[in-house]
Design a protein. Structure first.
Length: 242
């Protein structure tokens, strides 16, 4: 089943119900081209009670072809008209949980092998607070976050907490060399630059991005930028420090 939503200029925003819940939609053009197409269109979908944030704050942007999780429903962002007045969403079915990459959603499961120990890890089996760190050796702010991440990891090493770094990079060998050089001993996954499955699933478009997941598997917060790590620390402190 396909749904057509009409976007209102000048900012191409609208509000509509999906099921019994109201959502806000914002459409914008990722390029300088005035016309919208499948490559430059970006869509933000949030609950009607939320506010749109600056792009630098990490609010998820969907491109044509992406799957959008709204409640327990899945929709494919299948198209946009050239002037941006209409968008098309295709119903793909529904999940048992409200999966997604936004705050309040249940996080997607990740199964991967640690880069140094070669042990397989499935995030669904970790009944702890999990901090996902999306980074790359090419990203200077990511490298600047290492010391802060190390402090957080050391601070909560005896708490139900696990730090998992996910390197979107060109060279697995280069990432391994960096991990060994910096004596990084927490869990690390590799996300190939040419096919970044994990980063794409979580709609990561800016680096570093941090996603904190609670023991029930729900996303507590999602932030972008090393300067926001203090927010993660504050949340964990309230949970573990008495």
């Amino acid at each position: 089943m396909a749904f057509l939503f009409f976007m209102m200029p000048p900012n191409f925003k609208t509000e509509a119900k999906i099921g019994s819940v109201s959502y806000k939609f914002a459409l914008f053009n990722f390029s300088t081209d005035q016309l919208y197409n499948s490559k430059n269109a970006r869509l933000i979908v949030i609950p009607a009670s939320d506010s749109f944030q600056p792009c630098s704050d990490g609010q998820i942007q969907y491109k044509v072809g992406d799957t959008i999780y709204v409640g327990k429903n899945e929709y494919g962002f299948s198209g946009v008209t050239k002037w941006g007045y209409s968008i098309f969403l295709d119903s793909l079915g529904w999940e048992n949980k409200e999966l997604g990459a936004e705050e309040g959603s249940y996080a997607f499961s990740i199964t991967a092998e640690d880069m140094l120990t070669y042990k397989s890890c499935n995030t669904d089996t970790i009944r702890k607070y999990i901090l996902l760190d999306f980074w790359g050796t090419w990203c200077k702010p990511c490298l600047a976050s290492v010391d802060m991440l190390r402090k957080i990891n050391d601070k909560y090493k005896n708490a139900p907490f696990q730090l998992i770094s996910i390197a979107k990079d060109m060279s697995e060998k280069g990432v391994k060399q960096f991990l060994k050089k910096e004596h990084i001993d927490w869990t690390n996954f590799f996300d190939d630059w040419n096919d970044p499955v994990i980063s794409n699933k979580f709609k990561v478009m800016a680096y570093p991005t941090f996603i904190l997941i609670n023991p029930d598997g729900k996303i507590v917060t999602r932030i972008t930028g090393v300067d926001k790590l203090s927010k993660i620390d504050a949340i964990l402190s309230k949970k573990f420090v008495h």
